[in-house]
Design a protein around this ligand. Sequence first.
Ligand SMILES: Cc1cc2nc3c(=O)[nH]c(=O)nc-3n(C[C@H](O)[C@H](O)[C@H](O)COP(=O)(O)OP(=O)(O)OC[C@H]3O[C@@H](n4cnc5c(N)ncnc54)[C@H](O)[C@@H]3O)c2cc1C
Length: 238
Amino acid sequence: MIKTYKTTLSSKEQLNFDIYLFTFTLKDPSILEFVAGQYLILFVPDPSGTHLRRLYSIASSPLKKDNFELLVQIVPQGKGSEYLQSLKVGDEAMFQGPAGMFTMRKNEKDIIFLATGTGIAPIKSILESSPNMKSHLFWGLKTYKDIYYLEEFKKIAEENKNFDFHICLSRETDFSGIPEEVRKFFTLGRITQSFEEKYLNSENDFYLCGGKEVVESLKEYLLGKGTVKENIFFEKFT
Ligand SMILES: Cc1cc2nc3c(=O)[nH]c(=O)nc-3n(C[C@H](O)[C@H](O)[C@H](O)COP(=O)(O)OP(=O)(O)OC[C@H]3O[C@@H](n4cnc5c(N)ncnc54)[C@H](O)[C@@H]3O)c2cc1C
C-alpha cells in the first residue's frame, strides 16, 4: 500500500565523482515494507510551496526495515539532484511509496540482469534479498574510475555460488589500469558483447534497468536475438 514516509538523512557517501549513496532512517511510520526492485517517490520542495516528485529505486535489502538506501547520480542543475545534495545528515525528507513492478517473478530459469549506471540499484536490492538465486549480472559502466560496489558484489558472489557478475567497461581499451587481483570481474566493451556468447538463451529471464535509451536498445537487441517479450522485464530511469 502506498504511504507517505517522514525520514531523516542518516548518511551521505560519495562513491565516485557523481554518484552518491544516501541512507534515510524512517521516522513516521518507523518501518518501510517493500519488495526488492521497487522505488520510492521523493518530495522535492519547490519555491512555490508545493513539491516536485522524483523517483528513486531502493538500493538496499527489504530485510532492513528501519532505513533504506538510495544510489543517486547527481545531474547538474537537476531539481532532485540539487535538493538531495543540499541535505545534511539529520535533515528531514519526505517520500511516498513503495511502488513499481520491477520485482522477481517466481520461476526455475536462470536470471540475467543487464544494468547500466545507477540502474544497478534495484538489482542490488534483489540480489541481497535472494540468497540462492541462480543469476548472472552484466553491469555497464564507462571506465575503471567509475567503479563502486565492487566489494558488495564480491561478497554476494562469495555467499551465493549460483551468482556471478561482470562489470563491462565501455570506454576502457585494455586492462592495464585495473589491478590484477580484480581483473576477472571486468570485461571490455558493451554489455551485449560480454554476455552474448555465454548467456544468450531464450529460456532465460532478462531483467534490464538503467537510462531509458539504453533499456530500450537492450530490449530491441534481445527481441532481435529471438528472446520472447514475456521473458524481458525492465525499469527505465527517465
Ligand atoms: C522508476 C524510476 C526509478 C529511478 N531510480 C533512480 C535511481 O535509483 N537512481 C538515480 O540516480 N536515478 C533514478 N531515477 C531517475 C530520477 O528519478 C531522476 O530522473 C534523476 O535523478 C534526475 O532528476 P533531477 O531532478 O536531478 O533532474 P531534472 O531536474 O529532472 O533534470 C535536469 C536536467 O538534467 C537532464 N537529466 C536528467 N537526468 C539525467 C541524466 N541521468 N544524465 C544527464 N542529464 C540528465 C534533464 O534532461 C534536464 O535537462 C529513476 C527514475 C525512474 C522513472
